[in-house]
Design a protein around this ligand. Structure first.
Ligand code: 6PG
Length: 469
């Protein structure tokens, strides 16, 4: 049996501190350190106040922390992704010895995780790339945790990871999902779905606000109601709250004082990039990434409004149609996320268990929703062509809700409301329900200008058209 490791945590920012308190709260001993030692002193005080300092040891430097820890040791890195992870690993390698593990718990690019795994393993140590979702609240009270690494590495940290994770009906929302970069890849896809869901919610809000003329608070109430039904989810819940909040300075609705330019640290964008790299297209996620990018061009949009008029006219859409449209859009976003997971899993021989990934997302993470349990069951059953939209549990739902998505997209397009994500969801479903599409013409064009050849309907390959005869 693998020995359970002594735990250290390096990086006491907001997320690091929250995760450290969570570990202590679950009764585990913990060593902590930070680049600046002031944060260590502050954290020790905070833990003391919370009555959690008994099993806590602070150290002024990474070296001091590592040297104080009994072996085998597992060091959790809570440092910003990118260069800080590499330089911390560089510092750590000479300080550690065989049996010790480095755990990167940030939002790292899975390709970096793959190469870091190799570097660390070449030095005779163990590496875990661990995706953690749930923001500060999740880190403190139970995040969703996606682990990549060897099964032995997982065994050594499993008790603590399962204890600190969120639980869904008694089952921990944490699991070992594959080797090296698999955990960070699953987290990246999670964030891609997060972007898509957030964008579709925002588009739905836009139709209600600018197409039906409702106030944010009224719309917030509708979202609050939806959160009790088939759209039940963390993101719909917080949107209901956000829209009903009032700015304390102006007394205006809180959303009305916020500049409409969405930030992004990049993981949603990575998902879209990876999808394309893997020969997929997650167009709903791409639509969401596009919306964030275009949102940054506020001046250009202002000019555009002056030039083209920027008319957004009324839409006559019912709450029921909007709810159903959002539901189909959400299913498509998940479906596209899981297609990317499947493609990456094949490419890297990760053997990711889709049902487990869905189960790990059922609580603690940002995209948790009532759909995930059904998604997990769908992956456990027979899923035609690996497409979630063909799952027995989703087919009746999509059949019933698709006309609503069509009405919503149609009305939005006719009235001049930009809905890049919702319209992408409809384009995906319409494409996937068309046995004979239009890329025969694309093939003909390719053959015409480049002699690229095409497959005839009878199966003969590398055929050419009569264009040059
Ligand atoms: C989570 C989130 C988190 C992410 C933020 C911000 O699962 O807890 O995905 O990891 O960093 O949501 O992401 P953006 O800045 O890219 O929107």
């Amino acid at each position: 049996m693998t020995e359970t490791a002594t735990l250290g945590l390096y990086g006491l920012g907001t997320m690091g501190s929250a995760l450290a308190l969570n570990i202590l709260d679950n009764g585990f001993g913990l060593y902590v350190s930070n680049r600046s030692s002031d944060a260590v002193a502050d954290f020790l005080k905070e833990a003391e106040t919370d009555g959690l300092a008994e099993k806590l040891t602070g150290a002024d430097s990474l070296e001091e922390m590592v040297n104080a820890m009994p072996s085998p040791r597992a060091i959790i890195l809570m440092v910003p992704s990118g260069k800080p992870v590499d330089s911390t690993i560089e510092t750590l390698i000479p300080l550690l010895k065989q049996g010790d593990t480095i755990i990167d718990a940030g939002n790292s690019d899975y390709r970096d995780t793959r190469s870091r795994t190799k570097t660390v393993e070449d030095a005779g140590l163990t590496y875990i790339g661990m995706g953690v979702s749930g923001g500060e609240e999740g880190a403190r009270n139970g995040p969703s945790i996606m682990v990549g690494g060897t099964p032995e590495a997982w065994d050594a940290v499993r008790p603590v990871i399962e204890a600190i994770a969120a639980d869904f009906e008694g089952a921990p929302c944490a699991d070992h999902l594959g080797p090296d970069g698999a955990g960070h890849f699953v987290k990246t896809v999670h964030n891609g779905i997060e972007y898509a869901d957030m964008q579709m919610i925002a588009e739905t809000y836009g139709l209600m606000r600018y197409g039906r003329g409702q106030s944010p608070a009224d719309i917030g109430k509708v979202f609050e109601g939806w959160d009790k039904g088939r759209l039940q989810s963390y993101l719909v819940e917080i949107t209901g709250k956000v829209l009903q909040a009032t700015d304390t300075e102006t007394g205006e609705p809180a959303v009305d004082v916020i500049l409409d330019a969405a930030g992004q640290k990049g993981t949603g964008r990575w998902t879209a990039i990876e999808a394309i790299r893997l020969g997929q297209s997650a167009n709903v996620i791409e639509g969401a990434v596009a919306a964030r990018a275009w949102s940054a061009e506020g001046d250009a949009r202002k000019t555009g409004e002056e030039i083209f008029g920027g008319d957004r006219s009324e839409v006559a859409l019912s709450d029921e149609d909007l709810e159903a449209a959002l539901l189909v859009g959400r299913i498509v976003a998940y479906a596209q996320g899981f297609r990317i997971l499947a493609a990456a899993s094949d490419e890297f021989d990760w053997n990711i268990d889709h049902a487990r990934a869905a189960e790990v997302w059922r609580a603690g993470c940002i995209i948790r929703s009532a759909l995930l349990d059904d998604i997990a069951s769908a992956f456990r059953g027979d899923l035609p062509k690996g497409q979630l939209i063909f799952a027995d549990s989703f087919v009746p739902l999509i059949r019933e809700a698709l006309p609503a998505l069509r009405r919503v997209v149609g009305a939005a397009v006719a009235a001049g409301h930009a809905i890049p994500a919702l319209s992408s969801a409809l384009a995906f479903i319409d494409t996937m329900q068309t046995a004979r599409g239009t890329t025969d013409v694309v093939q003909a064009q390719r053959d015409f200008f480049g002699m690229h050849g095409f497959v005839r309907l009878d199966g003969r390959e590398n055929q050419h058209g009569p264009w040059w005869e």
